[in-house]
Design a protein around this ligand. Structure first.
Ligand SMILES: [Zn+2]
Length: 89
C-alpha cells in the first residue's frame, strides 16, 4: 500500500500515513478447516505521527482465507476488532 490519508481516532489529527508509519500482515491458521472453512487473521496498525500523541491504532480482522495466485489471502471478513473501540485494559 502506498501512502494514504488518515485521521487519528485518539488525537483527531489528519495526516498522510507513509510506509514507515504503518504495519500490515496476514496469516492463515494452519489447523485444518474450521466451521468457517479455511481461516486466518490480519493485523493492521498505524502509529500516529503527532509526537504529542504517538498512539497505536491496531485492528485485527478474522476472515476466511483462499488460495489466489498460489498464496493464502484473506477472502471474507468474519469479525473485526480494534484498539480504538476496545481501548487499553
Ligand atoms: Zn494521534
Amino acid at each position: 500500500m502506498a501512502s494514504f490519508q488518515w485521521s487519528c481516532p485518539f488525537c483527531e489529527r489528519h495526516q498522510i500515513v507513509l510506509d514507515e508509519s504503518y504495519h500490515h500482515e496476514y496469516n492463515k491458521m494452519h489447523f485444518g478447516k474450521s466451521k468457517y472453512g479455511d481461516v486466518g487473521a490480519s493485523v493492521f496498525a498505524i502509529r500516529c505521527v503527532n509526537s504529542d500523541c504517538n498512539e497505536v491504532f491496531l485492528e485485527v480482522t478474522f476472515s476466511t482465507f483462499a488460495i489466489r495466485s498460489s498464496q493464502w489471502v484473506p477472502l471474507t471478513q468474519i469479525a473485526k476488532w480494534n484498539f480504538e473501540t476496545h481501548g487499553v485494559v
